[in-house]
Each structure stands twice: as C-alpha cells, then as structure tokens.
Ligand binder design. Structure first.
Ligand code: C5P
Length: 221
C-alpha cells in the first residue's frame, strides 16, 4: 500500500496549488477530487439537468463515466471519452458542483474511483471528505483553511488573471454560500477529521504552507 496524504478544506483555501506543489516535491500522484465533481456538474449543465430533479439525476449518474489520466504529471479528467479538464474551473461549474455534490448518487459514483486511485501508489488527494470518508486510514490528514476574506481575494485574482468578469463581493458571497452548503449537507459534509492537522493559511504564503505539510510528512514516514 502507498502512503496517502488527505487535504481537505473549504473553497479557495489554496488546496490545489499547495497540493500540486507538495505532490511534485515528494513525487506523489496528485488527485484533485473537486475536478471530478466539476466534471459531473459540467455534464448536468450541458444536458440541462437540475440536481433537484431526482429521476433525471439518477439517470445521469448511470450515464456518467469519469476517468483520470496524467499528461506531463497534470491530472486530466475524462468525461464519457472527452477530456474536459479545460472546462471545469469557472464559477458556474463550481456552484453546480457544490449542488450536485450534496446528492448521494453523485458521491457514490465517484467514491470507488477515488479509493481505487489511492491504493495503487503514493497519493496526495484533496477535496472535502477525503480524510473523513474516502481515505479514513490516510497516514497524514491536513485540514487547510483561511479566512473568507483571504480566500475570496485569492479566487478574485485567479479569475481576473484568466480574464473572467467578477467582483470581490460576489466571490465572497459565493464562497460563503458554498461553505454553508458543503458543511451542512447530510452526505459526507465538509468537516475536519479528528486526526487531521489544522493549517490556517490566512497569514502564510504558499511556500510556508507547503514546507509545513512536507515536514509533517517527514515526521510520519
Ligand atoms: O475544490 P473544488 O472547488 O474544485 O470543488 C468543487 C465542489 O465540489 C465543492 O464546492 C464541493 O461541493 C464539491 N466537492 C466535494 N467533495 C470533494 C471535492 C469537491 O463535495 N471531495
């Protein structure tokens, strides 16, 4: 069995940036589970299916096939044969992902895929329920968070760099709404695992957070 690192936390805490950095440094495979929920969301958007339409969602869950490939070390998400990686990181897809992720049939669809990826190798997986639900035996669990202001500011700059129109206020509201949904849902809500280490990155830069996680890893290996 490989060594598993689980990183959970709310939207915009910097999980994917940090996770990519740490995985590269430790030669781990990085698994971004948010991208899988986003791929499900993309399918629902493209097919005009509301997550509240129970029958439609159930049918969709049966038709969605997601797999993961790696291209130059970068995770690619394949949705029913199409590489959709470039279509996943925008607010519309993120909000739909959060709505869909509350539905048990969606989580069920992705659970096996996520667990299978972790048995094969040294894997660093990030998401919302990795330490609590997907990989409860992970040897290192991190709960990475930051204040809403910090997270909104980071997301804002990220979207601006991509040339997407947005305001800081709208993003902060989106983030709060997403936190609320992710933390209050019945199935696999976002919460810190009892044996996770809390890292608040509000006053830390990427290098500091990465160094902290790497040092925790070295203590445990
Ligand atoms: O991390 P990211 O913003 O890409 O995740 C998009 C949405 O997918 C989250 O808001 C959350 O609702 C959902 N998600 C989840 N469980 C995970 C990863 C993501 O519920 N393990």
């Amino acid at each position: 069995m490989g060594f598993n690192i689980a990183i959970d936390g709310p939207a915009g805490a910097g999980k994917s940036t940090i996770a990519k950095r740490v995985a590269k440094e430790l030669s781990f495979i990085y698994v971004d589970t948010g991208a899988m929920y986003r791929a499900v969301a993309l399918y629902l958007i493209k097919n005009g299916i509301s997550p509240e339409d129970e029958a439609g969602l159930l049918r969709a869950c049966g038709q969605i096939h997601i797999s993961i490939e790696y291209e130059n070390g970068e995770q690619q998400v394949i949705l029913n044969g199409e590489n959709v990686t470039g279509q996943l990181r925008n607010e519309e897809v993120g909000n739909m992902a959060s709505a869909a992720a509350a539905k048990p049939c969606v989580r069920e669809t992705l659970l096996t895929l996520q667990r299978d990826l972790a048995v094969k190798a040294d894997v660093l997986m990030d998401g919302r329920d990795i330490g609590t639900n997907i990989l409860p035996d992970a040897q290192l669990k991190i709960y990475l968070t930051a204040s809403v202001e910090t997270r909104a500011g980071r997301r804002f700059r990220e979207l601006q760099e991509k040339g997407e129109a947005c305001t800081l206020e709208a993003i902060a509201k989106d983030i709060e709404e997403r936190d609320r949904k992710d933390m209050s849902r019945e199935t696999a809500p976002l919460k810190m695992a009892e044996d996770a280490v809390l890292v608040d990155s509000s006053e830390m830069d990427i290098e500091e957070v990465a160094a902290r996680i790497i040092s925790l890893y070295r203590e445990r290996r």
